[in-house]
Ligand binder design. Structure first.
Ligand code: UDP
Length: 310
């Protein structure tokens, strides 16, 4: 019997490469597209051993055409770290808009199920806490984070338009801060920054007073939720994240403790429009996908530290 085929954009990135691996182990054939702007060949090197894995170096913001049948199109490609989208704002806007349009067009042509990888950033600096899917968000469209937030909001709107107009089977996941092995040490996000500094005995840089909060989800938990959503009948956005909420200072102290590092904590200026608090309400995922995270922050950070050490 023919295996179901999944095309994934951004499949050589942090989340994308884990998703490729998970799909292959669940018996799907995988076509991975990536332009390596933030993804890397290293992330997918081992996957080439699997005969059901194919790779094409492509920029999804340009027209894409893939021969053969596709059952699912997962649009994961994006610059996801604030540092990256500040460095590449135009590419960020293009992949969220043109890239989403191309990926939707491909899914429509192939009559494939479409899954958009969206983000908690659609909620901006939220005035409602924790964030439910019904919250419309509080975003500065012209600020430095606007390129990411608005491109993902546009991507969600376009996805819903394809659903309404073309009756495409679309899904939208709003991913909250996810971490784990394969994050780049210079990715700029807080978990790799702190871990890399801690194991090199360099100071951990806390931005602002460190009282801002985030909720950190271990990659394995996210993957399980993504597969469940992909196979579900849900067409409205779903939050996936770990509702455990921590201040950035608590995270810094936890990483120092687990790594046994002697690093100091130093303070740096808080980036512009940095959200003050973030925590997913995952009632919808619990009820409709029977999903919730299983890995606590302590365990996830231990696993991530040992990967960074390796
Ligand atoms: N942050 C920090 N030190 C760092 C990197 C980030 O204090 O070295 C803070 C950042 O200001 C934000 C939080 O950690 O409040 C999470 O930042 P990250 O870049 O991981 O992603 P975000 O959740 O803002 O998209």
């Amino acid at each position: 019997m023919r295996k179901k085929t999944v095309l994934i954009t951004g499949g050589a990135g942090f989340i994308g490469s884990h998703m490729c691996e998970k799909l292959l182990s669940n018996n799907y054939a995988v076509i991975c597209l990536d332009n390596f702007i933030t993804g890397s060949p290293e992330n997918i090197r081992d996957l080439f051993k699997n005969k059901d894995f194919r790779f094409q170096r492509r920029n999804v913001s340009d027209y894409i055409d893939i021969p053969g049948k596709l059952d699912y199109v997962l649009h994961c490609a994006s610059l996801a770290s604030p540092k990256d989208y500040l460095d590449f704002p135009i590419q960020t806007l293009k992949v969220g808009s043109l890239g989403t349009h191309n990926a939707l067009g491909l899914a429509r042509k192939k009559k494939a199920v479409f899954l958009l990888f969206s983000t908690s950033e659609v909620y901006g600096d939220p005035l409602v806490h924790p964030q439910k899917e019904t919250y419309w968000g509080h975003v500065n469209p012209v600020g430095v984070r606007g390129c990411y937030d608005e491109s993902k909001r546009f991507a969600e709107a376009l996805t819903m338009a394809y659903r309404r107009v073309h009756k495409l089977d679309t899904k939208i996941v709003r991913i909250f801060n996810t971490y784990g092995p394969r994050m780049r040490h210079n990715d700029g996000r807080v978990v790799p920054n702190f871990i890399f500094s801690a194991i090199k005995n360099k100071p951990l840089t806390v931005y602002g007073n460190g009282r801002q909060t985030r909720s950190f989800c271990y990659i394995d938990d996210l993957l399980e939720g993504l597969i469940r959503l992909m196979l579900s009948k849900i067409n409205e956005p779903v939050n996936l994240g770990n509702p455990g909420e921590f201040t950035i200072m608590q995270l810094a102290k936890l990483i120092l403790k687990i790594s046994g590092s002697k690093s100091k904590i130093i303070y740096k200026q808080l980036p512009v429009d940095d959200p003050r608090q973030r925590k997913p309400d995952i009632t919808k995922a619990r009820e409709l996908l029977s999903w919730e995270p299983a890995v606590c922050l302590q365990d996830g950070i231990e696993r991530t530290i040992s990967w960074f050490r390796g």
